[in-house]
Design a protein around this ligand. Structure first.
Ligand code: SF4
Length: 472
């Protein structure tokens, strides 16, 4: 069992983050001043923060410390622990000791990618990726005025549950009446809050679940409500997560075009139909291509397509083949996700990283899909990581030209306010602050996750949000 004793600090969270990368699920024993990992190597380490601000990690045999600039304490303790664990396990992580979900925020602080390698032991390809992405994120964020608002409208239902899914979404196949009621509740919430909104809107994102799971009439009604209640001007970006091709009909595409929406997501995840069927997605790769071509014909010129590397039943070559096929379709945006196991997903951790998709081959297949994207003229415009991925990789959105999605960048930045409608949504307000590691302090206002309870308490949710944003 691995034991890390904390000395001179109480940064359990940071210690746990580093331990998790190398040794599985950690346990914080605060009464005993240590973090343990039963699956880790059999060794006791002391992670100490010294009076001069430096950190050292040592065992009985060896001591580890970093040279050069002294960083803030939370980063210092991670650095010395990281180099100790890397040495003990003979493993290096793609993102080095950066454990946060937004490595681009750290990259923004640096004037060259090599600084990320030196200070945080980030691998050179990831350092370049973070550096480049951070610059594009900042450019896009500058197009979202600080006093503007982003709006999220959530429909947490899907036509069936994908095996790997960890979102708060419900399979709606047996509950279409519930879906109709949910849509009405959503309209009600929007109509209570929207009239008091005085701030300009920069971006609206209709996400899920799968918003296009709504029947045509309800789908059109929701768009009517959005456009009549919210002040959506011509400069406001509007995105609809059409997501599953099996829910996209010509009528829904017409509805979106009639409202002026040109930015949608059509998500293949993989271009292997047999994988899609095994995962429970109920559409084929041919359906994806057919719907994509139809949307292009109808004037949707800003389409994002999501791919997932590391799907169960697939190997690295399958993902690369899918990437090639999607790149051939030439959508404006392609987002490459790396699958990880989360609590609510039905698949097991072993299935996520099975014999065909080890940490190494997943890493290589993601690198190859990035290479293909660069070669085809795409560049990264936003990126985030998720905790507990096991593989330590990231999700990256790529764009052609200046087509990056403002909502994605603004939402991930934690530097712009987001008003969220619907069950499970998270509204947030971001306040600029001086000094410290983060340039903004974020206050959050969650909405009840359960859709049925949300419907029952929709007015309470609306009032809570109005108060949170100081609306009258
Ligand atoms: S479409 Fe997306 S949200 Fe819905 S079940 Fe599949 S992965 Fe989950």
């Amino acid at each position: 069992m691995l034991e890390v004793i904390l000395k001179g600090h109480d940064k359990y969270y940071g210690v746990s983050d580093v331990v998790r990368m190398f040794a599985g699920v950690p346990e914080e024993l605060k009464d005993e001043g240590k973090v343990v990992a039963p699956d880790g190597p059999d060794i006791t380490l002391v992670n100490e923060l010294l009076d001069d601000g430096r950190s050292v990690t040592y065992s009985k045999e060896k001591s580890y410390a970093c040279d050069g600039e002294v960083l803030e304490p939370g980063r210092e303790i991670k650095r010395s622990l990281y180099i100790a664990m890397a040495d003990i396990t003979s493993m290096n992580m793609p993102w080095g000791c950066l454990t946060g979900i937004r490595p681009t925020l750290v990259a923004c602080e640096e004037d060259r990618p090599e600084a990320l390698e030196k200070k945080y032991f980030v691998r050179s390809d990831k350092a370049r990726l973070a550096f480049e992405t951070s610059r594009e994120e900042q450019r896009l964020l500058s197009m979202v005025p600080e006093d503007s608002l982003c709006v999220y409208i959530g429909i947490p239902f899907c036509p069936s549950r994908c095996e790997y899914c960890s979102f708060v979404s419900s399979d709606i196949s047996c509950h279409m009446d519930r879906l109709r009621s949910y849509e009405k509740a959503l309209e009600h919430e929007i109509s209570i809050v929207a009239p008091s909104l005085k701030r300009p809107l920069s971006a609206v994102y209709v996400g899920g679940g799968t918003p296009t799971v709504l029947e045509e009439k309800e789908f059109a009604s929701l768009l009517d409500c959005m456009y009549s209640e919210l002040n959506i001007t011509s400069g406001c970006e509007v995105t609809v997560e059409a997501g599953r091709p099996d829910t996209i009909t010509e009528e829904k595409l017409i509805s979106m075009r009639e409202h002026g929406i040109t930015r949608i997501c059509i998500n293949p995840q993989t271009m292997r139909s047999d994988t899609l069927m095994k995962l429970g997605r109920k559409h084929t790769a041919e359906d994806t291509v057919r719907v994509y071509r139809k949307a292009c014909e109808m004037g949707f010129d800003l389409i994002n397509m999501d791919l997932i590397a590391g799907l169960p039943y697939e190997n690295a070559a399958d993902h690369i083949e899918s990437a090639k096929k999607v790149i051939e379709l030439a959508p404006a945006n392609i987002t490459v996700h790396t699958l990880y196991k989360k609590r609510r997903a039905r698949i097991s951790r072993e299935q996520v990283m099975d014999v065909d998709m080890t940490r190494g081959s997943l890493d290589e297949s993601v690198a190859e899909s990035y290479r293909l994207l660069y070669e085809a003229g795409y560049h990264p415009y936003y990126m985030y990581r998720q905790k507990d991925t096991g593989h330590g990789l990231e999700n990256t959105g790529f764009a052609k030209g200046e087509t990056g999605n403002l909502y994605n960048v603004a939402m991930m930045s934690d530097a712009r306010d987001v008003l969220s409608f619907g069950a499970g949504g998270m509204s947030k307000r971001c306040f600029a602050q001086e000094g410290g590691q983060h340039k903004h302090r974020v206050e959050r206002c969650p909405t009840i996750k359960d859709a049925l309870t949300y419907m029952e308490r929709v007015e309470e949710m609306a009032e809570k949000k109005s108060a949170f944003f100081g609306l009258k």
